[in-house]
Design a protein around this ligand. Sequence first.
Ligand SMILES: *[C@@H]1O[C@H](CO)[C@@H](O)[C@H](O)[C@H]1NC(C)=O
Ligand SMILES: *[C@@H]1O[C@H](CO)[C@@H](O)[C@H](O)[C@H]1NC(C)=O
Length: 319
Amino acid sequence: MRSTVVLLTVSSLAASALAATYPLKDSFVGKGFLSGFSHEAIADPTHGRVQYVDQATATAQNLTFASDTSFVMRADDTTVLAASDAGRKSVRIKSNAAYTTHVSVFDIRHMPQGCATWPAAWEVDEANWPAAGEIDILEGTNDIEPNQMTLHTSPNCVQPASGRTMTGSVVSTNCDTNVNGNQGCAVKAPTANSYGKSFNAAGGGYYAMERTNSFIKIWFWSRNDASVPADVKAAGSSVNTDSWGEPAALFVPDTCDIPSHFGAHNIIINLTLCGDWAGQAQFFNTLGGCPGDCVTYVNQNPSAFSDAYWDIAGIHVYA
Ligand SMILES: *[C@@H]1O[C@H](CO)[C@@H](O)[C@H](O)[C@H]1NC(C)=O
Ligand SMILES: *[C@@H]1O[C@H](CO)[C@@H](O)[C@H](O)[C@H]1NC(C)=O
């Protein structure tokens, strides 16, 4: 037993020494999001009570705001809606570039918070879903902490229920969108400050995702964690994922061939309200402690959305 462990350690060190340093490929900061990402004025595929607006509308109404150092996108927090109106205005952006194997580092100061909110930072090929897979890096609903990290795939991609070297805990194991109501294979982050109010109270933090042909890893560091790696904090010209320690989530290839389940992905940041997940009473009322019916709540309480915004310091992609 002991010698097996030693051998595995030696071989994984040897393999990672070859590939764990990545040069900077793309950096999105402030106004860079306006050219590097596109606003998607689409109908919400998850049936949320939102109306995604285009970039001209979003900037004119200050739902999207870019300075030199900050990119903010929010849901409207001033309009009372009638039941017959389209949903509350919100923003969804998608990177123009797509990436296969890469590392993406998200430096986020504030994420949307409040009843009904369902924010997500994730990667997908929308045109080829689920064949080209989906990686949900930061996602949750109704301020329910902690963060949940999930893969959604075509059939024959399953993750082990135990034995993965990660700090998070297994929620579900079958990544196939056809089973378990598309729950995917999910891992819960170990700390409450990975999501929602606790995330924001700490000044946000850093998410990083590394995708290779043999694993997908996701790390989280709260803003003031002593363990934030220097290359993550500085958003430098390269990163070395070997020095980042144990990830919050590790997805392994043993029963999921990664190259055949994941294609070239765009990065998407979205904020929907209610919808297939956040709107369910189980999550809105019971776990979220939110009052009444989700859609009615969204229609009638604009000021409840004053904290429903992303403030992103930067997204840096290494490949
Ligand atoms: C637009 O939003 C930004 C970010 O929230 C804020 O700092 C700024 O004051 C807003 N501008 C206007 C005109 O309301
Ligand atoms: C937002 O992100 C999640 C990622 O898990 C995705 O499943 C969902 O379709 C997206 N929803 C909206 C409303 O864009």
